[in-house]
Design a protein around this ligand. Structure first.
Ligand code: NAI
Length: 340
C-alpha cells in the first residue's frame, strides 16, 4: 500500500507539480538518506526529471536505499555512501538536502532535539564546507530555527559563507496550510497558495491567510483553530505515530518540492518563489538575523527576499509572538558553534 501510494504520488509529481524546464546536470546529495524522511524524499527526487544524479549518504543504510531507488526507470544515476565516505557523497554536489538527525517523540518540542541534532548538523556543515563549499544547502533537520544558524556559523569559520546558498526548509508548513485551508473551503489544494513566514516551530510559524483569496474570510474560532493546526500540525503526526517518529512522508514530499523549485531557478526559470528560512533583512533591525518570507530563487540561490506585505491585525499579533521567540532559537544555534 505504502509503495503504491508513493509511486502514484511520485508519478503525479513528475507529471504535474514538478514541471521541467531546461535540461542541465544537477547532482543532488541527501544526507540522512536512510531515515524516515530521507527514503521517500530520495524516491521523489529519483522521480524528478530535473535531478540528473543522486548521491545518498547516511551513517547507516544509504547503499541499500540507493540500490532500491536506482531501479526506478528514470534517467538519473544513484549512488549510496555510508559511514566515513561522506567525501565521495559530497564531491560535485550542487544541492545538498539534509534530513539527518533524530525526530520528535510525543510530548517533545523541536527545541528538545537541539542537543543531538546540533552536533550532527555541525559535523555535516564541516564536511560540506570542505567538499562542496559552493553547493546550495537545504536544511530539514530540526530545530530549523537553530540548525540554519549553526550551519552558517560553521561556514563563516571556514571562510566559505554565502548567505544566498543556505536555506531552512519550511515548505511543509506551506504544504499543510494549503491542504488545511482547502479542506475548510472544499476546494482543490492546488489552487490554494498560502505564504508562511517566521520560523519553523510552534508560534514562530506565521501563516498569512489574509493574503490568499480563500483565507481572508476565515474568521473567529475557525481562524484560530486553523492557525493552531498549521502551527502545531506536526504534533498531530507525532501523536498518531505514537513514538515511531514525526512527519516523514509529507516532509519527503515538501523537501522534494523545494529542491525542484531550486533546480528550476538554477536552470534559469524566472519567478520561482518559495517561502524559506534564510538570512534576512526583514526583521534584522529588531535583532532577528534569520527569517522566513517568500524568496525569489535564482541562479545564485536566494536572489531576492520579498517583503511580508500587508497583514491583518491578527497576523500582527502572530508576528509579535514569533519575534519574541525566534531570536532565542537563533542565538542558541550561534552560541553552540561559538562555544565549541
Ligand atoms: P529518522 O531518525 O528516521 O532519520 C534520520 C536519519 O539521519 C537516520 O537514518 C540516521 O542514521 C541519520 N543520521 C544521523 N546522524 C547522521 C549523520 N551524522 N550523518 C548522516 N546521517 C545521519 O528521522 P526523520 O524522521 O527522517 O527526521 C529527520 C529530521 O528532520 C529530524 O530532525 C526531524 O525533526 C526533522 N524534520 C523536519 C521537518 C521540517 O519541516 N523541516 C519536518 C519533519 C521532520
Amino acid at each position: 500500500m505504502f509503495s503504491r501510494n508513493v509511486a502514484r504520488q511520485a508519478s503525479s509529481i513528475a507529471r504535474r507539480g514538478f514541471a521541467s524546464s531546461a535540461r542541465a546536470e544537477r547532482k543532488v546529495a541527501v544526507l540522512g538518506a536512510g531515515g524516515g524522511i530521507g527514503q521517500p524524499m530520495s524516491l521523489l527526487l529519483k522521480a524528478d526529471p530535473l535531478v540528473t544524479s543522486l548521491s545518498l549518504y547516511d551513517v547507516r543504510g544509504a547503499p541499500g536505499v540507493a540500490a532500491d531507488v536506482s531501479h526506478v526507470n528514470t534517467a538519473s544515476e544513484v549512488k549510496g555512501f555510508e559511514k566515513d565516505d561522506i567525501k565521495s557523497a559530497l564531491t560535485g554536489a550542487e544541492i545538498v538536502v539534509i534530513p539527518a538527525g533524530v525526530p520528535r517523540k510525543p510530548g517533545m518540542t523541536r527545541d528538545d532535539l537541539f542537543n543531538t541534532n546540533a552536533s550532527i548538523v555541525q559535523t555535516l556543515a564541516e564536511a560540506c564546507a570542505e567538499y562542496c563549499p559552493k553547493a546550495f544547502i537545504c536544511i530539514i533537520s530540526n530545530p530549523v530555527n537553530s540548525t540554519v544558524p549553526i550551519f552558517a556559523e560553521v561556514y563563516k569559520n571556514k571562510g566559505v559563507y554565502d548567505e544566498k546558498r543556505i536555506f531552512g526548509v519550511t515548505t511543509l508548513d506551506v504544504v499543510r496550510s494549503s491542504k488545511f485551508l482547502a479542506e475548510i473551503k472544499g476546494v482543490d489544494p492546488k489552487d490554494v497558495k498560502v505564504t508562511v513566514v517566521g520560523g519553523h516551530s510552534g508560534v514562530t510559524i506565521v501563516p498569512l491567510l489574509s493574503q490568499t483569496p480563500q483565507g481572508k474570510d476565515v474568521t473567529g474560532e475557525q481562524y484560530k483553530a486553523l492557525v493552531k493546526r498549521i502551527q502545531f500540525g506536526g504534533d498531530e503526526v507525532v501523536q498518531a505515530k505514537a513514538g515511531a517518529g514525526s512527519a516523514t512522508l509529507s516532509m519527503g514530499f515538501a523537501g522534494a518540492r523545494f529542491t525542484n523549485s531550486l533546480i528550476r531557478a538554477l536552470n534559469g526559470e524566472k519567478g520561482v518563489i518559495e517561502p524559506t528560512f534564510v538570512k534576512s533583512p526583514v526583521y534584522a533591525s529588531e535583532g532577528v538575523e534569520y527569517f522566513a518570507t517568500n524568496v525569489e530563487l535564482g541562479p545564485n540561490g536566494a536572489e531576492k527576499i520579498l517583503p511580508i506585505g500587508e497583514v491583518s491585525a491578527e497576523e500582527e499579533e502572530l508576528l509579535k509572538a514569533c519575534i519574541a521567540e525566534l531570536p532565542k532559537n537563533i542565538k542558541k544555534g550561534v552560541e553552540f558553534v561559538k562555544s565549541a
